[in-house]
Design a protein around this ligand. Structure first.
Ligand SMILES: NC(=O)c1ccc[n+]([C@@H]2O[C@H](COP(=O)([O-])OP(=O)(O)OC[C@H]3O[C@@H](n4cnc5c(N)ncnc54)[C@H](O)[C@@H]3O)[C@@H](O)[C@H]2O)c1
Length: 276
């Protein structure tokens, strides 16, 4: 039997009706945590995420809220604490983004993305930190960042800026929350297959078809799975990760380590960058 690393913990995960958030909710429940599932909509995916937690014998609460809206955030946290008695773990994960070329970025899109995925994360983290301080038991706050926080992809400007901001945010949180028993970290995923798939296609999650031409750039030679990100979150939220604070942990199958295609050849002598 696996050792349960989060026994008795109470965790709120934003944007967790599907994808990476639902994967985190499930692994947290497998490790003995009760979980709050949040999203903007309640649908069959949300029902499945809740049922997955309950089927593991853990309590699941549902919180329909837009993390970009201050009133929604306050109501959600009040509801969560009323239901679970306290909060030990927050995972800021919710996002609704799209690509936009730099020359076409609109103020409306900036306000939308920054509003929920940077400002929303900061004020959610602030409210949760204040509750943890009030209750005097510490806790763990995790933001889901991205490899886009380090590198640019075409048309990813606002998304990359938001994610880079999260990495920087946890440095300040670690400092300002010093001595309170609260850790603040980011997990930066690489290519994670978070698609909603029919049950009979689950075994193909993360396969070559998903990664396409990116496969050669990922040393682990597979797409990431929600549970890969969830594993890093369990570590950070458990006693094992107690001394990790203000960090961004990249979980990308080695993508950022190299970025060279599988069949790339060593540079020939005399080529730019080649060893003498
Ligand atoms: N999938 C990847 O390859 C990848 C890579 C790097 C980082 N990430 C990050 O991981 C996180 C999860 O990504 P995913 O692929 O599972 O996305 P997803 O789109 O599958 O899930 C995101 C969830 O957030 C919800 N949501 C959106 N806006 C919300 C709001 N304002 N309030 C509450 N909920 C809201 C959506 O309804 C959705 O259910 C995001 O922060 C994303 O940036 C994903």
């Amino acid at each position: 039997m696996t050792t349960k690393l989060l026994e008795g913990k109470k965790a709120l995960i934003t944007g967790s009706r599907r994808g990476i958030g639902a994967g985190i909710a499930q692994l947290f429940a497998e490790h003995g945590a009760d979980v709050g599932i949040n999203d903007v909509v309640r649908d069959t995916e949300a029902d499945k995420a809740i049922a997955a937690v309950e089927s593991l014998g853990q309590k699941a609460s549902w919180h329909q809220a837009d993390v970009g809206n201050a009133d929604d955030r306050t109501r959600m946290l009040d509801e969560f604490v009323a239901e679970h008695g306290r909060i030990d773990i927050l995972v800021n994960n919710a996002v609704a983004s799209r690509d936009m070329h730099f020359t076409e970025i609109t103020e409306e899109f900036w306000d939308h993305l920054v509003g929920h995925a940077l400002k929303g994360y900061l004020f959610m983290a602030q409210s949760v930190a204040n509750r943890m301080i009030e209750h005097g038991h510490g806790g763990s706050i995790i933001n889901i960042s991205s490899v886009h926080s380090y590198r640019a992809w075409p048309h990813d400007g606002v998304y990359g800026i938001v994610k880079a901001g999260l990495n920087r945010m946890v440095l300040s949180m670690a400092h300002d929350l010093a001595g309170k028993g609260i850790t603040a970290n980011c997990v930066a995923p690489g290519y994670i297959d978070s698609r909603v798939l029919p049950e009979d296609q689950e075994s193909g999650r993360g396969n070559d078809e998903y990664l396409g031409s990116a496969l050669g750039f990922v040393p682990s030679r597979r797409g990431g799975l929600p549970k890969d990100i969830a594993g890093a979150c369990v570590f950070l939220a458990s006693d094992l990760g107690e001394y990790v604070n203000g960090q961004t942990i990249t979980v990308d199958g080695g993508f950022l380590a190299g970025g060279y295609p599988q069949d790339s050849q060593p540079l020939e002598p005399g080529m730019p960058g080649a060893a003498e």
